[in-house]
Write a protein that binds this ligand. Structure first.
Ligand code: FMN
Length: 219
């Protein structure tokens, strides 16, 4: 497609359209976890596809950023949980810098949430429990420990995956020691409610000791 036509097509696509929810920041709870849970459940109820998919952003030792989509595994007093293989690029970046950012977007409601702060690995027991709750196919892939390495061809992928799946069948309790459940304990959480007229409502929570300060942001 010529670049001009693509530009026109992009310009014509809808964004922030349809019936969007109201967000009253004055009524927001004191803790961002409660508001995040409310928005996540709202996305689930509205039928947003894969509402637990989020972008995880990390930085390498040179300061170069990288981002990829992962699945949110849980949320508790320790923070937002996700699991990675420690030998993957993101695993090395998380271990090296100890900080990350998460971004959620729920288009049916034009809602974005941004979470950033330090990350810590959960206990070996919790990481193992997360791993063993994955499907056999997901475990087989992770047991190879080759994520993001160069691949010769798809036959090599399929052969290695088949063998790994057989191994999972023989040894269902196998857990790669590098598998790590991480918790991101936010320093800030920003809630963005989009508006068709671009009068977006943004509320930022910033950690202050054991509590949170809240402030509105310009759209
Ligand atoms: C919806 C979706 C969910 C994904 N979930 C995971 C996941 O839970 N764990 C994972 O390692 N990769 C997941 N991926 C793949 C990652 O985006 C990424 O390609 C992979 O983890 C390699 O990233 P890295 O090279 O930065 O380490 C998912 C991708 C998508 C689109």
């Amino acid at each position: 497609m010529p670049a001009d036509a693509l530009r026109e097509l992009l310009r014509g696509l809808d964004v922030l359209s349809g019936e969007l929810p109201e967000f009253d920041p004055g009524a927001a709870p004191a803790d961002p976890t409660a508001l995040f849970t409310e928005w996540l459940l709202g996305a689930v109820a509205a039928g947003v596809p894969e509402p637990h998919a989020m972008t995880l952003s990390t930085v390498d030792a040179q300061g170069d950023p990288a981002a990829r989509v992962l699945i949110l595994k849980g949320l508790d007093a320790n923070g937002w949980k996700f699991a990675v293989h420690g030998e993957s690029p993101k695993g090395r970046e998380l271990a090296g810098r100890g900080r990350a950012a998460l971004t959620f977007y729920w288009p049916l409601q034009a809602r974005q949430v941004r979470v950033r702060g330090p990350v810590t690995g959960e206990s070996a027991e919790r990481s193992a429990a997360d791993f063993l709750a994955r499907s056999p196919a997901a475990r087989a892939g992770a047991l190879l420990g080759l994520q993001s390495r160069p691949l010769q061809d798809l036959v090599e992928r399929d052969e290695a995956t088949r063998k790994s799946l057989e191994r999972v069948g023989r040894e269902p309790g196998l857990v790669p020691p590098e598998w790590t459940l991480y918790a991101l304990r936010p320093e800030s959480v920003e809630f963005w409610q989009g508006d068709g007229d671009r009068r977006h409502t943004r509320l930022n929570y910033h950690r202050n000791g054991e509590g949170w300060d809240k402030c509105l942001l310009w759209p």
